[in-house]
Design a protein around this ligand. Structure first.
Ligand code: ADP
Length: 377
């Protein structure tokens, strides 16, 4: 059982930077959890606390049922894959894969030599087992043909596969990934994402993955942990995070293009008023709320409508994306984006009326620093 549990875990760096606070999370055995948030929100610090590379200053962390606060990184039975592959440049791929295991074997074999007379046989058996693990990992990652090469003779994608292989051969209880795909070009990144998902299915190991890329997070994770300024905002399945964000920060962070936000006031009749427009919101959004609010509308839920309804906009730009078109609009000094089917044609500079389509991603938030979600429809 490689469950990982963080209880009120926190980290204040010397000098007083409070990087992570009150982090509560139970990662199930075999689960793929992604920590996601903007740069500096404390993702790497959290991962490094799980790895034992960073001491925690509050709370506790357990792996497989045992508290590891004071357990050294090398004794936690975890393997970490970093953004910069950290391969040994003078060793072949094969040696890079087997080196860590061989080094462990040497330590233990010394002990064996003292205890047992036939340690040479044991050494040979272990070498064979290591060879087997290396060839199996190479096969899984499609790098069997590269085993004799040195890292400098590999592409970025191949190097990252070797780095993954080094983690694989160790068959750890938990895999930790710190932005492992960030150095790859966009196409390769998407391919490697799929491979990682497949790998996770095959291994069924616990995996914790850090990225600032919300799209990568959405496609990889069984569950996402969205963080901001050292604090967990929401822990949920990717589709829930998208459809039911708990606050304005999560709503704005997840989804491309980002959600549109309009500040206004809601009255008891469900009329939402901005400085120069009013629209009536359906009851599923407006019920029970009044006063200053923020309306959030996903670009796909902001659609052109008849003149005189919704919001009057200036069509500043038309961005063609093949099967869709993004309309960049200006309304009362605010920029809005509407995503539409590409079958219609639009004229830049024209006036366009748009309205929110409830059911396609429309949300109501408190107009406060926390921006708590009041309703989603
Ligand atoms: P992320 O991975 O989300 O980009 P980090 O965990 O690297 O964020 O950093 C979280 C915060 O902690 C940031 O404000 C960062 O500047 C700070 N920080 C990270 N490492 C150190 C360190 N060794 N000493 C002091 N502050 C640090």
């Amino acid at each position: 059982m490689a469950e990982v549990v963080l209880e009120k875990a926190g980290k204040t760096y010397p000098g007083g930077v409070r990087a992570v606070e009150g982090f509560d999370l139970r990662i199930a055995d075999g689960e793929f959890v992604v920590l996601v948030g903007p740069s500096g929100c404390g993702k790497s610090t959290t991962l490094r606390m799980i790895a034992g590379l960073e001491e925690i200053t509050e709370g506790s962390i357990s792996i497989a049922g045992a508290v590891v606060n004071d357990v050294h990184a090398r004794d936690r039975d975890i393997a970490m894959v970093f953004q910069n592959y950290a391969l040994y440049p003078h060793m072949t791929v094969e040696r890079n894969l087997s080196f860590g295991l061989m080094r462990r074997r040497v330590h233990r074999s010394r002990l064996r030599a003292l205890l047992s007379s036939d340690y040479r046989t044991a050494m040979r058996e272990e070498s064979a087992a290591i060879d087997l693990r290396v060839s199996e990992a190479a096969r899984m990652l499609g790098i069997t043909d590269l085993l004799d090469r040195q890292p400098r003779a590999l592409s970025g994608g191949q190097r990252q596969r070797v780095a993954l292989g080094r983690a694989l051969v160790r068959a750890p209880q938990v895999f930790l990934f710190d932005e492992p795909l960030s150095n790859l070009d966009a196409k390769l990144r998407v391919e490697m994402r799929t491979e990682l998902r497949v790998l996770h299915r095959q291994l069924n190991s616990t995996m914790v993955y850090v990225t600032h890329d919300q799209e990568e997070a959405m496609t990889l994770g069984d569950r996402l942990v969205v963080m901001n300024e050292g604090v967990v905002q929401q822990i949920d399945a990717p589709t829930r995070i998208y459809s039911h964000p708990v606050n304005r920060f999560v709503a704005g962070f997840v989804g491309t293009p980002s959600m549109n936000f309009l500040e206004g006031t809601l009255d008891a009749q469900g009329v939402f008023a901005t400085d120069d427009s009013t629209i009536e919101l359906p009851s599923e959004l407006s019920t029970g709320h009044r006063g200053p609010v923020v309306l959030g509308v996903r670009p796909g839920a902001l659609q052109p409508c008849e003149e005189g309804r919704g919001w009057k906009c200036h069509l500043a730009a038309v961005e063609h994306l093949g099967d869709r078109v993004d309309l960049v609009l200006e309304h009362c000094g605010m920029q809005l984006v509407s995503r539409v089917e590409s079958s219609r044609s639009f004229q830049e500079g024209a006036t366009l009326w748009v309205e929110p389509k409830v059911g396609e991603g429309v949300h109501l938030f408190e107009r406060s620093k926390e921006g708590r979600t009041l309703a989603s429809a």
